[in-house]
Every structure is written in structure tokens, then in C-alpha cells.
Design a binder for this molecule. Sequence first.
Ligand code: PRX
Length: 644
Amino acid sequence: MTADSSASDPVFPVPERLLNGKPTPFVSSFEEYKKLWEESVQDPTSFFGKLGRETLTWSKPFETVMSGSLLEGDVAWFLEGELNACYNCVDRHALAQPNKVAIIHEGDEPGNVRKITYSELLREVCRLANVFTSLDVRKGDTVAIYMPMVPETVMAMLACARIGAVHSVVFAGFSSDSLRDRINDCGARLVLTADEGRRGGKNIATKRIVDEALKGSPSVDHVLVLRRTGSEVPWADGRDLWWHDEIEKTRPYCPPTNVNAEDPLFLLYTSGSTGTPKGVMHTTAGYLLGAALTLKYIFDYHENDVYACMADVGWITGHTYLLYGPLMNGATTVVFESTPTYPTPSRFWDLIQTHKVTQFYTAPTAIRALRRLGDKWLEGYDLSTLRVIGSVGEPINPEAWHWYNEKVGRNVCAVVDTYWQTETGSIVVSPLPGAISTKPGSATFPFFGIKPAVLDPQSGKELEGNDVTGVLAISQPWPSMARTVYKNHNRYLDTYLKPYKGYYFTGDGATRDKDGYIWIRGRVDDVINVSGHRLSTAEIESALILHPAVAEAAVVGGNDELTGQCIHAYCTLKPNVEDSEGLEKELSLQVRKVIGPFATPKRIYVVPDLPKTRSGKIMRRILRKIVNNEQDQLGDTSTLAEPA
Ligand code: PRX
């Protein structure tokens, strides 16, 4: 591994501002990084044992740092230890610095700002935890959260953690069908929601979507409803309760329930190669350690910084880098309710200027969209507080990287292209701001404890050395890795640990270039990444064939300048059904209804037939080439039943 480069890719050294400015970065040379990284992978027990003791507050100390293996799929960290996640994120900071702002809520309308200190956060979380207990939610029970981007959503997650309940947040852009399936899979008895959401000047019918979902969710006893907009909403007496009414009844302290290090902290559903989403399970101590360390080192977080992650809390980025990572470090974190373009495309820059943001984290799709709208929207904004700007969710193309670096980072910030997944819990490959020179488009080097391996996809053999391309795997356990798929450990083993024995398989292709830099090449399975939202082709196909006119559907990812990838759907119709005007629109609505608006196909083609092998398997590879204008590279079509 080396960081010197004579490569053709331009290399951007660590900005002077980080090296010579204040505060000094935690890791300030490549050699220092390399030494720490080597320690972390050669002796993870002592490396993470020490950090586990220093970073987390335990009610009962652990004795064993790590046990189990990737081969057996039984990894566990800090085995005998007991702790409470909410205590670690809130109480200890509320005791040390009660008046420090924990959350800045930037509401949908500019100027609509709410600041919540650590001591206020503690009281609010305790009240809510007491409400949950009064509704008979106990340690180990699952609570479903379908809420807008308001501080109460963060409070709800922390209140679950406080009593040892498991939260399962469902992104509020999912449809009622998707919500129902997720509630039913985890058997939640309590659902949290709001009367309506508010985003980009529009009201979103959050409670109505919950009502619709609950028609098919028999496990739910109660719905706790936050009043966000005050609009009239339908009400089921006995089942539905107003948040503010219940809160009023409870006292503002609730003792934290200590749980075992390996007790679950949350479930988060994500798409894989096959149809139904998986409930990825993260446990308490290892996850918190990963969140805390990556936030500190990858964003070079220092006291008094104001950290702003633009992700929705319904995705893993919101869990780890809006909530757990920042609060573990006692930081001030921003909860942003609006969109990058409301009321104008200056919204992010206005937010950074107003709150003096020091670390800013967003997705390539937002960067590309803002770049396209022109530089005038940045003019006149003071972005000088920024030190580190991050990107996540999909490969960032060099044009977008340069624009982000020049216009937002003003060539003086560290740009961190962070690679990770719902399943990894926290960032696994990324530059460290003060230590690693960057190459636009490369996530660069592994974080502490991560031993990446590039494997030959066919033989599974590890491709040693540099200048190799294959599939990306990780060859040793790390603290924040997902431990299982809820109620389906075999699926966990089959998806991540069995494809290449002894390795965790990411599902992504990757290159390690001649300087040792890692470049993520995108998914090698049937997962499509649209604006950083992960969808499985099978999930969209299942949605389409629910339509009475559709016989068969094949979905593939196309390239898209703005969203990275986009959805192209091919459908054949049932006999006696004619293609009609409006059918494509209907099919598009069908996908929105079953999954959610973010899964809307860009193009739907009603076709007489689909390319199939003689054994009847749809050859998506061919369709993929067609949508990406690569017809000249169709490859071997000899196995097609009807090549024509
Ligand atoms: O393909 C990779 C892509 O997003 C996938 C993970 O999606 P999800 O679990 O929804 O988590 C997204 C946020 C962590 C990965 O398998 N991906 C994520 N970050 C990057 C990326 N691809 C390239 N570069 C990245 N920085």
C-alpha cells in the first residue's frame, strides 16, 4: 500500500488548511494512518478493545473483545459488556455540558429553526421512553417509525434505545404497501408517525399512508401521532394517540435499560438481489463504536464543530451520521426537513452559512443536480466554516467531485468520498481528511479494522497486490458489521458470507489501482442505485406483475447523468390485453403504489416478447446493453431462444 502516485489520475494532496490550520487533524500523515490501520487489522482485539473502553460508557465492562468468524457467521463483539445506547448518546453529554446544542432543526421553511440542548434532549427522550413503557413496549420489542425529518424522529429512536426496544425506521417516501410489509415482518406493536410531513413547501399525507398500511398489519396496537402541520387526519379511537397528550402524562426522567453489547439496537430494511427487502440487524456496542470512530476520524470532528448530514433518517446514512455518530461524540447535528432546491437552489449554502457548518455530508445526486442549476446559486454565501465535505451513496463522477471541491470546498476543504453500506453499519473505505491525498472518484483507503479484498469473481481467489479489478469483499470481522437478517439468518449467510467462503461479500465491483487506491465500480448483482436509493430489480418486477395487464416484466438499470442509474422496465402483456394509451402511466403508478415515488421507472416499454434463454430465463444483460446504447456489445446471444 502506498500513497505516492505517479498515476494518470490527478492526485489532490491534503489541503493546507487542514494541515496548518486549527484544529489539528487527528491523523495528519499517511504514515500515521498506515501504522494505525496495520495495528487495527493485525491485532483487532487490542486495537478495538482499547477504543471500546475509551469510547463507550459501560454499565458492565466486557471481558472478550471479539469472538466468532466470517466463516461461521457468528461474529460478536464486547461479549459480556452491558450498556445503554441512549445513555452513551445523550446522558453523558447532558451531564457534562447540559447547555450544548445537540440538534439544530432547520425546518422546511427557511428561518424556521429550533435548537435543542443536550439536557432538553434528555428530558424529551425520557418522556417519550415513559410513554412507550406505558404502552407496554418492553426490551426487545420492535417499534416502527414512519416520520418526517423533525427532531421528534431522532427522539423516538433514542427513546427506543433507552428502554432496550428495537427501532425499525421506514423511510417516509415508501408506499403504504411497503410500510405494511416492513411492519409485518418485524411484528411491531407500536407505530410512530405524524399527522403530515412537510417537504419543499408541500404537505405529505403521512398518517393516511400509515392508516392504509395498518389495514393489513394485525400486530399493531397503537399509533402515536405527532402534530406537525395541524391538518385534520382520520382517527381510529383506541388505537391512535396524540404524541403531545401522552407526553404530558409522563415524568421527564426514565432510567436507561442496560442491554448486552450484542442485543439489537435497530432493524433497517434494505433491498438485495431477490424480491423481499431484508431486515438488516445491527447490535448495540459494535455499531455505536463504528459510528463514533468513523465520525470522529473521517470527518475529523472536533469539539464545537457543527455537523450537517443531509440524508433522511430513514436510510442508514441518517442513522449513523445524523444521529448515532454525531451524538456519540457529543456533537451538534443538523436535522434538515427540506430539499436542496426549496425555496431556491441556495438552500444548502444558506444552511451552511446560517449555522456555521464545519462538516457537510450529502450524495452525488444532489451535487450533480445543484451543479447543473448553475454557480450563481452559490454566489455571496460564506462557506468559510467548512473543513470537510463528504459524499456517499453511489460513485461520484469526477466532474461532480471537482465542482464540489471547487465551489463548495473552495479548494481548501478535504473531500471525503465515503464508501459503505446498510450492512457495514459505518464507513469502510474513505480518505482521512488530514492524512490521505485523494483522487476524484476513488474512495481511497480502508478505515481502521477493515481489510478489503479484491476477489476474482469466478474463482473467488484473492487478487493480491495492486492494479487488480474484481469483486470487493472484506476478509475480517469489524465491530459495526450487521449480525443477521431479522428472522432469517440463512439469508444473511447466503447473501454475504457464503458467496466467497471466509469473506464478507459487498455485492460491489472494485479496482485497487497501482497506487493502492480503491475505486468502487458499482453493483455486480441485481441491485439498482437510483439517486443513492437502493432497489432490487426483482422488487420492481414483482410490483409490475401485480398489474392485471402484465404477463412478464424485466427491469434493468440504465445510466443517468443526474441520478446515477435509472429504472427501465420492459413488460409483456397478458393474452387478449391490448397496449393502450395511458397504460405506461398506469404501470408507473403501480410501481409508485407498491414501493414508493422514488422507485418510479424512467421508461416503461410494452414489448411483444422478452429476450430469453432456451430454458426460459430472461436475459437482462441484453436489455441492459440496449438501454445503455451498447447494442454493438450484446455479447454471446447464441443461448437465446429467439436471437432475432
Ligand atoms: O453500491 C454501493 C453504493 O451503495 C450501496 C449501498 O447502499 P445502501 O446500503 O443503501 O447504503 C448507502 C449509504 C451508505 C453500495 O453497495 N455506494 C455507497 N457509497 C458509495 C457507493 N458506491 C460508490 N461510492 C461510494 N462512496
